[in-house]
Design a protein around this ligand. Structure first.
Ligand code: GDP
Length: 296
C-alpha cells in the first residue's frame, strides 16, 4: 500500500531531524518541508498540509523551549497530534443500536465501491449479531440489483430491489418498510452513483434521504481519486447529511491521502477501510493506531 510509503517518508524526515546534533530552526524547517512534500505526494489537500505545518511551528517554538526540553520528542509528538487531528473530525459517527431499526444510506460515485461496501458493512455487522438487510435503490446502473443480490445471497443477507420499478425513492421506501416489518435492525440502502458529480445525482440523493430518513449517511470514496477527494466529499456533504466516510481500495496503488482530505471536507470520521474485493477485506478504522502505524 502506498500509504506505507507516506509513513516511511514521514518517519525518515523525523529520523533525520533526530539525528541532527542541534535542533535549530533550519533542522525543523527541513523536517517539515520533507513531511509536507510526502503528504502532498500522497494527495493530501494543499491547505490541510499548509495548516498542519503552520500549527507545528506554532507548537514547537524553539526559542521559547528552555534547555533540557526534549525538542525531538516535542516535534515528534506535534507531528503525531497534527496527523491525528486531520483524521479526527472531533465528533464520533452516529452509534447504531442493536435491536432498534436503523437505516443507513450509502452514497458515492459509480465505481467507488459502494455496492461492494454495502455488503461488507452488512456482513461485518451480521457477524456481530445484528440483523442486517440490503435495499438496492440504484436504478441507474444496469446490473446493480443483480450485483447486490449476488453479494447478499453469498452472505445470506436478505435483500430488496426491483427489475421493473424505475423510481429509486419508491424502492428505497418500500425496502425500508419491508425490513422494518421483518424486525431487521440494520437496513442498508444502496443508492445510484454517476461517473461524475452531477446535479441529477445529488437531487436523487436528497430525495432518497428525505423519504427514508436515514439515521446515518455513509459516503464511500475510492482512495485512488487523489486531490479530487476534497471537492468530491464536500459536494456530497452539501447535498446530504454525511455522517461517516468509508475509504475503499486501500489495498491498491492508492496514495491514501484522499482519506485525510475527505475527513476534512465532510467533518465526519472514517469508520472503515476497504482492503480488497472480498467480503471480509474490510477493517474498522481507528485514528490513533492508524497514525502510529503510519509513523512506524
Ligand atoms: P459502485 O459502482 O460504487 O457500486 O462500485 P462496486 O461496488 O461495483 O465496485 C467497483 C469495483 O471496485 C468492483 O470491481 C469491486 O470489486 C471493486 N472494489 C470495491 N471495493 C474494493 C476494495 O476495497 N479493494 C479493491 N481492490 N477493490 C474493490
Amino acid at each position: 500500500m502506498v500509504l506505507a510509503q507516506l509513513g516511511g517518508s514521514i518517519s525518515r524526515a523525523l529520523q533525520q531531524m533526530s539525528n541532527a546534533t542541534i535542533i535549530d530552526e533550519k533542522v525543523l524547517n527541513d523536517c517539515l518541508n520533507e513531511i509536507t512534500r510526502a503528504l502532498l505526494q500522497a494527495d493530501v489537500q494543499f491547505k490541510l498540509v499548509r495548516d498542519m505545518s503552520t500549527n507545528i511551528k506554532k507548537i514547537v517554538n524553539l526559542e521559547d523551549l528552555a534547555a533540557g526540553h526534549n525538542k525531538r520528542r516535542i516535534i515528534q509528538q506535534a507531528v503525531y497530534n497534527e496527523l491525528c487531528k486531520i483524521l479526527d473530525p472531533g465528533k464520533p459517527s452516529f452509534t447504531l443500536k442493536k435491536g432498534k431499526p436503523s437505516v443507513v444510506m450509502f452514497v458515492g460515485l459509480q465505481g467507488s465501491g459502494k455496492t461492494t461496501t454495502c455488503t461488507k458493512y452488512a456482513y461485518h455487522h451480521q457477524k456481530k449479531g445484528w440483523k442486517p438487510a440490503l435495499v438496492c435503490a440504484d436504478t441507474f446502473r444496469a446490473g446493480a440489483f443483480d450485483q447486490l443480490k449476488q453479494n447478499a445471497t453469498k452472505a445470506k443477507i436478505p435483500f430488496y430491489g426491483s427489475y421493473t420499478e424505475s423510481d429509486p425513492v419508491k424502492i428505497a421506501v418500500d425496502g425500508v418498510e419491508t425490513f422494518k416489518k421483518e424486525n431487521c435492525d440494520l437496513i442498508i440502502v444502496d443508492t445510484s452513483g454517476r461517473h461524475k458529480q452531477e446535479a441529477a445525482l445529488f437531487e436523487e440523493m436528497r430525495q432518497v434521504s428525505e423519504a427514508t430518513k436515514p439515521d446515518l449517511v455513509i459516503f464511500v470514496m475510492d482512495s485512488s481519486i487523489g486531490q479530487a477527494a476534497f471537492d468530491q466529499a464536500q459536494a456530497f456533504r452539501q447535498s446530504v447529511a454525511v455522517g461517516a466516510v468509508i475509504v475503499t481500495k486501500m489495498d491498491g496503488h492508492a496514495k491514501g491521502g484522499g482519506a485525510l482530505s475527505a475527513v476534512a471536507a465532510t467533518k465526519s470520521p472514517v469508520i472503515f477501510i476497504g482492503t480488497g474485493e472480498h467480503m471480509d477485506e474490510f477493517e474498522v478504522f481507528d485514528v490513533k493506531p492508524f497514525v502510529s502505524r503510519l509513523l512506524g
